[in-house]
Design a protein around this ligand. Structure first.
Ligand code: CP
Length: 294
């Protein structure tokens, strides 16, 4: 039976630490072709710049072949069910299928129809496990120690799969999270919440800004994104001397984060992207080798 990565809970803390050691080695040395002859298929039913390319580069760096299914030109447009699409692709012998879908739960369901590993590349507002892993890895590389760090997650938290995955993972590693958002962007939670960005920013070691997920809103929540930005855009002045700024991308410039803050050295957005390739290499290797045993 293949092992899947649907949510961050699929990996134990011990496995994640091992994964981070492996990712670190991928940042330092040219990797061996440990996945030579293996196949990875990307099926992205939602747009992506980072996640899809990152998985493709990660797999190719390890010697695997990559097929990117063109969903718009696929037989799903002729009425084939998602399950049949997955089962048919699986019959071509991939080791891993990476799935992104607008509906929560799709990767989990597809895992019942295939023999290969399914990796969740983001499903609805549910989960984006490799994003959270690369976020934690980025924080850990910067601060060396993560226990006790204070993280302000800012933005449309209720509709964000990145927030959901990070809340599970960062609290598991002993970080203290404050959610910063207007009331309609806050989920039901036991975590500390505020709508004062300025107050939260003063105490934060890490500010994680999130995009306003307008595609998941039933009705407009703000008169316009500019109104939202006047309360929640991260500016350079809000960053403490030792604070780092993260964002999973895509960034709405001057809505989520302003130009000056994005250009500041405390902003680690591109380091997140760089680290993401190494993390995905480690994830793919772990799932494919030894049947997913770490
Ligand atoms: N962070 C992230 O998921 O970006 P993409 O939507 O570009 O993949």
């Amino acid at each position: 039976m293949s092992r899947h990565l649907i949510s961050t809970k699929d990996f134990s803390t011990q496995e994640i630490l091992k994964l981070f050691d492996r990712a670190e080695s991928f940042l330092l040395e040219e990797p061996q072709q440990t996945l030579k002859g293996k196949r990875l298929i990307n099926i992205f039913f939602e747009n992506s710049t980072r996640t899809r390319s990152s998985f493709e580069i990660a797999a190719k760096r390890l010697g695997a072949n990559v097929i990117n299914l063109d969903v718009d030109a696929s037989s799903t447009k002729k009425g084939e069910t998602l399950f049949d699409t997955a089962a048919n692709l699986d019959a071509m012998g991939p080791s891993v299928i990476v799935v992104r879908h607008k509906h929560s739960g799709v990767p989990q369901i597809l895992s019942n129809f295939v023999r290969c590993s399914i990796v969740n590349g983001g499903d609805g507002a549910h989960s984006h496990p490799t994003q959270a892993l690369l976020d934690l890895f980025t924080i850990r590389r910067h601060f060396k120690k993560v226990e006790g760090l204070r993280v302000a997650i800012v933005g449309d938290i209720k509709n964000s799969r990145v927030a959901g995955s990070n809340i599970e993972l960062l609290t598991r590693f002993g970080m203290k999270i404050t959610l910063v958002a207007p009331p309609h962007f806050l989920p039901k939670t036991d975590l500390e919440c505020t709508n004062s960005l300025r107050e939260a920013a003063v105490n934060a070691d890490v500010i994680m800004s999130l995009r306003t997920q307008t595609e998941r809103h039933n009705k407009p929540s703000y008169a316009g994104l500019k109104d939202y930005a006047s309360d929640f855009c991260i500016t350079k002045e809000l960053l403490g001397a030792n604070t780092i700024l993260l964002h999973p991308g895509p960034v709405h410039r001057n809505i989520d984060i302003d130009d000056a803050a994005l250009a500041d050295e405390r902003c680690k957005v591109l380091q997140q992207v760089e680290n993401g390739v190494a993390i995905r290499m480690a994830v793919l290797e772990m799932l494919v080798q030894n049947g997913g045993k770490s």
